[in-house]
Write a protein that binds this ligand. Structure first.
Ligand code: PDD
Length: 287
């Protein structure tokens, strides 16, 4: 059965969904996106994703094609029409189709933004067996642009990073700039030392993860210490535990960095506990 997707006000079978070749998302990577997870048919942290989307649009002076309430409605409708129990919803907004190629931004009055959304069904997302195994990662230089806080669709380097990891027989990569870890290719990065969770502070250097915000809040509520500061790969290799967070991976342990085992080389106790807390607590507020 074909998926029902959403394009500019219409629900269509995926085969019939079309975007222009002049769309600035296609020609210029002039677009922003969000990935929201679905558990038990409900949206996890929709408000957080909607707020970050609004911020991304504002930073790029891009018009919003719909209100948050309308976006929520479309999200819910797509979950319903595609009968999604566990998975993700992808949302992308671009600066639209000006009818030609030009570096200057088009006038939003005559060129409305493009909005597309689609679901990805991933049964078993919450019970992902990878969490019991952990991820093996490599480090790579962070050569991305300076506004990583904006969730743009410029994902070529993160894709190259994932391919570098794959070629090395590993699962993912952490990026390093000026000697310290910024973040993972599509996730935020953490280490654990004793009872303390250490992760880079928010700035333009990293994406302000919605899962990060929730996990740090839950960690503090569980009386764990949270320290927001830079850390090096050497420090991570010598840490008790390491893990990542994202809307699609939730909390996922990291067990090896550049060939060196982290802690016992098996998923850490705190990482697994945080995964459990995150899944329990975010389900309570899922909508
Ligand atoms: N990636 N850092 C980067 C570079 C990311 O691309 C992501 C998310 C995160 C985590 O953010 P959040 O917790 O809000 O998902 C951090 C999504 C999942 C993706 O590109 O598929």
């Amino acid at each position: 059965m074909s998926r029902t997707v959403y394009v500019n006000g219409q629900y269509l079978p995926e085969e019939e969904a079309r975007v222009s070749i002049f769309d600035r998302g296609f020609l210029m990577a002039d677009g922003v996106y969000e990935v929201t997870s679905i558990l038990n048919g409900k949206l996890i942290d929709f408000a957080g994703h909607a707020a970050r989307l609004e911020r991304s649009l504002k930073e790029l002076e891009m018009a919003a094609p719909a209100t948050t309430e309308e976006l929520l409605e479309i999200h819910r409708e797509l979950v319903k029409r595609n009968d999604i129990d566990e998975g993700m919803i992808y949302l992308q907004i671009t600066r639209g189709n000006p009818g030609d190629r030009d570096f200057a931004f088009p006038d939003p009055e005559t060129t409305p933004p493009t909005l597309v959304m689609f679901t990805q069904s991933k049964p078993g997302l919450a019970a992902n067996p990878v969490a019991q195994k952990g991820l093996k990662i490599i480090s790579i230089p962070d050569i991305r642009w300076g506004r990583r806080d904006i969730k743009t669709v410029q994902l070529l380097y993160p894709s190259m990073g994932k391919m570098m990891a794959k070629k090395a027989g590993k699962d993912d990569a952490w990026m390093v700039e000026d000697g310290t870890v910024t973040e993972g290719t599509s996730n935020n990065a953490y280490i654990v030392s004793g009872n303390a969770i250490i992760t880079r502070a928010l700035s333009n250097d990293i994406l302000h993860g919605i899962t990060r915000a929730a996990v740090l809040r839950f960690a503090r509520e569980a009386q764990m210490e949270v320290i927001e500061r830079d850390f090096t790969i050497a420090e991570a290799q010598a840490a008790d535990e390491a893990f990542i967070t994202s809307a699609s991976a939730f909390v996922m342990p990291v067990v090896e960095i550049d060939g060196a085992p982290v802690g016992t080389g098996t998923p850490g106790r705190i990482a697994l506990r945080l995964r459990e807390i995150y899944l329990d607590e975010s389900l309570k507020t899922a909508i």
